[in-house]
Structures are given as structure tokens and as C-alpha cells.
Design a binder for this molecule. Structure first.
Ligand code: FAD
Length: 431
């Protein structure tokens, strides 16, 4: 099989999320221990061995830097390119702007931004995350240079002066990335984390236990498939486990391989309930921080340098060179004003394909190649990863793998799940 890997150059102001792990400095740690970050399903220790070749002190429980993980992915690709020879695997650095089926043919034409076109019998869409959607009231300050729409735009972040107070919209892992970046030179600027509930991610344990692979949790077996019933049973199980000296993380970890099945059991309406009411609580327990990063965050919250605010942004107004943000506090209903030099949008990747303005998505959407899922988490793909078109039919040779699989599986954005999906897809492509 002739394989072409199309990668986009890092483009300033692009609303494509840049390859996540490659743009990171060594200051940023993975949120997952090394033992769960192998790219290869059949060699779970592959990444740990790569790290140990650099420093034997690394082990499966180490939280290594994201940059090192980026180096690892590059290393695997380079090794594969050398092994297969350039005639089989070719890396093209250019943005794909359109993918169209050729008439009377099962093949596709892929148009690149530099004017070239490629013909391919099979196409795998693997474009990763898209940068967050802009909140509506921000229109007042959008063009002023005080608002940073893309939290992965390191150039814009580096331009922020050391003592400028900054408001981060969102308080999840993306916001914490930005926070650590903005305080990496021991800057003492004030940072506000604004989110609907004011929650921040929980820490991993210092010595995480490897998850035990077990069958579908018995405590959920006879529970009706509603969000309320499942979470009541989950809380009870966490209590029972704690009474025996266990840790809540083990209960959450044990659910992970069964999340797709639980998601499948929920109706569209129950999924929507989960997304609108439960997801902030689920996210801070499921998407945890490395212990060292959490310690740093706690220190900054304690000293008052960082403030987590639970509330809803009502308005943004320019006030001299600064932005005045009006917030309605969640718990008191009172209005509060913050005066900051910059606002950074960290509300999480945009997965609503109706709102994504990247050329490739616009083309695929407008020409009917994609069908949005009912919960607006991505688009529909069948269990052979074939993309479902807007008429409900699977495309024979157009496939997708990546975080939008969460529309079908919910748990699909971390490497542990993506490597398994990628492996199954590779088998299908070889059929
Ligand atoms: C803050 C944060 C922290 C995270 N930490 C972890 C962690 O510790 N552990 C973990 O397992 N997961 C983590 N994740 C999740 C993980 O990073 C992503 O889900 C994963 O990288 C997705 O892989 P991917 O290959 O689908 O997409 P990506 O890694 O985003 O790669 C997509 C590639 O496609 C390219 N591309 C996009 N569009 C085009 C186009 N039109 N033409 C050409 N090329 C294109 C991009 O430039 C990029 O190279 C984290 C995510 C975030 C946001």
C-alpha cells in the first residue's frame, strides 16, 4: 500500500489545533503517566523504553514532558519512513483543503493549499482537535488585540507582558496549560480562571496504580440506563470502596474500558443530560493533572495569584487599554467586574462541525460528506470508521480516526483509546 501522510505546517492564527505534543516545551508535563502513553497497542511499554534509553530513571509511573512525547511520535514516524522507504511512505507538509470522490470511481482527490492534488484510493481523515468557539459577548473586543481566540497560539501568549493580569475562559486542562505557560518565568501576574462551576482538575496519585482489566462493573449491571441512576450507583460504589480503604480514582479508572458500552446504552436525551449537567464534574475527576502540576496550581490558588471564579460572563468592554469583564457569580447571582489586560479563550476544542471554519471541514460539510451527530460532539462514523454522509450512508473509502470518535464512544480522545482505534482501522484498510 502506498501511504501519504499529510501534515499541516504550523500556521499563525490558524484555527486548526496544531499537533498537540509537538509544540510543547519541556516545562509541560503529560497528564497521563508514561506507562499509559505507548503508541503501540501490542507493546504497552514502548514509550517507557524510549524514555529509559534517554534516562534509566524514568519508569511507567513518571509524568514526562509533552515535548518528549512529541519527540517519540516523530521518532516512530521517522523509523517507519526509513523501514518502508520513501516510495511507500511520503510525508507532505501542506494543508489539505478539500477531499472529493472522483466521479465514476471509488477513489478520492485530495486538494492541497499549494495547488497540488493527490489521487488516493483510501483517505483517512485524522485532523485532530479544532480550536475553541468564540463566546458570543466577546464580539465587543474581538478585534482589539486584547482577546486571544486560540489558546495554542504561543506567539500571542508570549507577547503578553509579565505583569499583565489575564482572564482565562475555562478551567480545564487547556486553561491550566496556558496558566503554567504564563507563569513559567515566575511571573506574579494575577490570573482569573472563569468557568461555570469554578472547578479545577483533580490530581493523579504520586504512584498511580496500573488499571486492572475486568468485566463490565457489577454495580452498574442492573441499573436502568439513565444518567441519574448510573451516577447514583457510581457514588455509592466510590463510598463502598473508600470504606475499604480504596481510592476513588480506581473506581473511575475501572470504568474507562466500559465507557463506550455505557455511552451506547444511553439514549440521545440521556447523553444530552450528561453533557449539560454532569460533564464538568466528570471531567475534573477523569481528566486529572500530574501531581507536580497540581501542587503548583494549589500553591497559586492559595497565594491568591490565581482565582477560580464560578460564573457566567455577561459582557466585555474596552476600558482604556484593558478589558472590563462583567461576570454574574454562580452562587450569589451578584454582578462582578474584572479588569484585565488579556482574555484567552480556553473553553476546550470546538467539536461542533456546523461552526468550524477550517476549509477542509467547510468543504466536507457543504458537499454532504459529513453528518453531524445529534449531540454535536463530532460527526457520525460507523464501527468500521467509515464516515457517514448527510444521507446516512457510509463512504466506502473515506475513514476517520481521532477525538471526534467521542460522538460514538465518549471515551476516545486520549492516546490509550486512539491507539486501539488506529490499530483496528489499519487492519480494516489492509482488507
Ligand atoms: C490540554 C491537553 C492535554 C492533553 N494531554 C494528554 C495526555 O497527557 N495524554 C493523552 O493521552 N492525551 C492528551 N490529550 C489529548 C490528545 O492530545 C489528543 O486527543 C490527541 O493528540 C489527538 O490525536 P490526533 O492524532 O487525532 O490529532 P493531533 O495530534 O491533533 O494531530 C492532528 C494532525 O493533523 C494535522 N491537520 C489538521 N488539519 C489538517 C489539514 N487540513 N491538512 C493537513 N494536516 C492537517 C494537524 O496539523 C496535526 O498534525 C490532551 C489534550 C489537550 C487539549
Amino acid at each position: 500500500m502506498n501511504l501519504k501522510v499529510i501534515k499541516k505546517h504550523l500556521v499563525k492564527n490558524s484555527n486548526i489545533a496544531v499537533p498537540y505534543f509537538l509544540q510543547q516545551s519541556h516545562n509541560f508535563l503529560l497528564n497521563v503517566p508514561a506507562g499509559n502513553m505507548s503508541a503501540l497497542t501490542d507493546d504497552p511499554n514502548h514509550f517507557v523504553k524510549f524514555c529509559q534509553d534517554i534516562d534509566p530513571a524514568f519508569n511507567a509511573g513518571t509524568f514526562v514532558s509533552r515535548r518528549l512525547y512529541g519527540d517519540y511520535l516523530e521518532f516512530i514516524l521517522r523509523q517507519e519512513t526509513e523501514r518502508s522507504g520513501e516510495t511507500l511512505l511520503e510525508e507532505i507538509h501542506c494543508e489539505a483543503i478539500a477531499v472529493r470522490q472522483q466521479s465514476g470511481d471509488n477513489a478520492y482527490q485530495v486538494d492541497l493549499a499549494d495547488g497540488r492534488s493527490l489521487r488516493s484510493d483510501q483517505v483517512v481523515l485524522a485532523f485532530g482537535h479544532f480550536s475553541p468557539e468564540d463566546p458570543v459577548p466577546v464580539a465587543n473586543v474581538y478585534e482589539t488585540g486584547t482577546y486571544i481566540s486560540n489558546p495554542w497560539d504561543s506567539v500571542a501568549l508570549e507577547r503578553i507582558h509579565g505583569d499583565t493580569p489575564v482572564a482565562l475562559l475555562g478551567a480545564g486542562l487547556t486553561a491550566l496549560d496556558v496558566l503554567f505557560r504564563l507563569t513559567s518565568n515566575n511571573d506574579t501576574r494575577k490570573i482569573y480562571l472563569i468557568s461555570r462551576r469554578g472547578l479545577v482538575p483533580q490530581p493523579h496519585r504520586s504512584h498511580p496504580k496500573a488499571p486492572v482489566v475486568a468485566g463490565f462493573p457489577t454495580f452498574l449491571k442492573n441499573v436502568p440506563p439513565t444518567v441519574r441512576a448510573y451516577f447514583r450507583a457510581l457514588r455509592l460504589q466510590i463510598k463502598r470502596n473508600a470504606a475499604q480503604g480504596g481510592d476513588w480514582r480506581d473506581v473511575i479508572n475501572a470504568l474507562r474500558p466500559h465507557t463506550p458500552e455505557i455511552w451506547r446504552r444511553f439514549s440521545v436525551a440521556e447523553r444530552q443530560k450528561f453533557l449539560s449537567r454532569v460533564v464538568p464534574y466528570w471531567d475534573i475527576h477523569r481528566h486529572r493533572l500530574a501531581p507536580a502540576a497540581h501542587l503548583r496550581l494549589s500553591g497559586m490558588l492559595k497565594s491568591g495569584q490565581v482565582e477560580a471564579i464560578a460564573g457566567y460572563v455577561q459582557d466585555y468592554k474596552m476600558c482604556g487599554e484593558n478589558v472590563s469583564i462583567e461576570i454574574r457569580e454562580r452562587h450569589t447571582g451578584r454582578s462582578r467586574k474584572l479588569n484585565v489586560g488579556r482574555v484567552v479563550n480556553c473553553t476546550g476544542p470546538n467539536c461542533n462541525i456546523a461552526k468550524i471554519t477550517v476549509p477542509l471541514i467547510v468543504q466536507l460539510r457543504n458537499e454532504g460528506y459529513l453528518k453531524q451527530d445529534p449531540n454535536k460532539l463530532g460527526f457520525e462514523v460507523n464501527d468500521r470508521y467509515q464516515v457517514i454522509n448527510n444521507q446516512g450512508h457510509p463512504a466506502r473509502n473515506l475513514f476517520y480516526v481521532g477525538p471526534a470518535l467521542k460522538a460514538s464512544y465518549w471515551e476516545a480522545i486520549a492516546i490509550a483509546e486512539l491507539r486501539a482505534h488506529t490499530r483496528y482501522l489499519a487492519e480494516i484498510l489492509k482488507e
